[in-house]
Design a protein around this ligand. Structure first.
Ligand SMILES: [Zn+2]
Length: 340
């Protein structure tokens, strides 16, 4: 089985995102939000069959771990109330996709975060996602302010209620920022990669992984700058007397393969142990074009893994085994959804 652990519902029905615009406009005007739009099963089916499902089939992948559109989370917009309603709407929609295509999609939830609002706010939505929707993970935004970094770093006890919940449910968090509202950052070009890199560094210099020995984080987009600069982080950890980087980080921190060229994948596989790499493409996402050098889509990342000089057993870990290990609820959820 080939499991793509990083997909977002970037093709959701138009009225869903349109409602979000009206919700934020109403909030700015001090008015109540309009009622949520009706979305039929057929409308959802249409957005998936012509999109993510088509690409799964073309590229030879089987299952996508699927979450709401990341840039659309927009935790910097509105307030805690609008975030709560929007996260609920987005997660419910992901649940409907998974119910309509149970063999192809398993859900991951976005959180109702807001800048400078305690993440305790998110606990009820995490419970709902896991208990009612069968989701197997969460996306945790380390910067709900959208590029201004106004919340404490991930090592701060501020975030511990979420970590306690992750451990309770045995779900990992993908450290994933949303859109940048700071014009200094390009959302997918620099804000995402700096969010990944910053999240890793914050965890490295904290006691989170000691305080929660079984917790698991995924650093997406190939780990941002981290694998390329692994020597820098090893040295920083050493200078700060934190211990050996691989020993302090690699029981809990994993990297996905959303790197859009072969040399990047080669480096990732050379630097990061195979047990810590999870296959992912983030299709249909940040980069949608075709690479003229290869004639294939940049985000068709399976092609790069296929070309790596690894054994079949190691590739099976990247494609399937590691995902089943890191997402503690995944195998049971696959069995459940396959029976349905
Ligand atoms: Zn993403």
């Amino acid at each position: 089985m080939i499991i793509d652990i990083h997909g977002h519902y970037t093709t959701s029905p138009r009225q869903h995102e349109a409602w979000r615009t009206r919700q934020i406009e109403a909030h700015a005007a001090g008015k109540a939000p309009p009622p949520r739009p009706a979305i039929t099963d057929d409308e959802i089916r249409e957005t998936i069959t012509g999109g993510q499902l088509k690409l799964q089939r073309e590229r030879g992948t089987d299952l996508t771990i699927f979450s709401p559109r990341a840039a659309g989370m927009g935790h910097h917009l509105g307030d805690a109330t609008t975030s709560e309603a929007w996260a609920a709407a987005c997660n419910e929609l992901i649940h409907r996709v998974c119910a309509l295509f149970p063999k192809n999609f398993i859900g991951v939830g976005m959180l109702p975060q807001s800048a400078r609002v305690s993440p305790k706010n998110c606990l009820a939505e995490i419970d709902r996602c896991v208990n009612e929707y069968g989701f197997v993970g969460i996306n945790l935004n380390p910067d709900p302010s959208g590029g201004h970094w106004q919340d404490p770093p991930l090592g701060d006890r501020y975030w511990y209620p979420v970590y306690e919940k992750m451990v309770e449910h045995d779900i990992p968090a993908m450290v994933h920022v949303s859109a940048a509202c700071n014009p200094a950052f390009h959302t997918t070009g620099s804000h995402y990669l700096s969010g990944d890199t910053t999240g890793f560094n914050q965890l490295m210099t904290s006691s989170v992984l000691k305080d929660f020995p079984s917790i698991k984080f995924i650093i997406p987009h190939g780990g941002g700058a981290v694998p390329y600069h692994w020597g820098r982080y090893r040295g920083l950890a050493q200078d700060a007397k934190l211990g050996l980087l691989s020993e302090i980080m690699l029981k809990n921190v994993f990297f996905d393969t959303c790197v859009y060229h072969l040399p990047g994948q080669e480096l990732l596989a050379k630097v990061i142990p195979v047990d810590n790499i999870l296959f992912a493409s983030e299709m249909i996402g940040a980069v949608r074009g075709i690479d003229p050098e290869t004639g294939h889509h940049y985000d068709d990342t399976k092609r790069y893994i296929d070309q790596l000089p690894l054994s079949a057993a190691d590739k099976a870990k990247i494609f399937e085994g590691n995902a089943r290990r890191v997402y503690g609820r995944l195998s049971a959820q696959i069995a459940k959804q396959t029976r349905e």
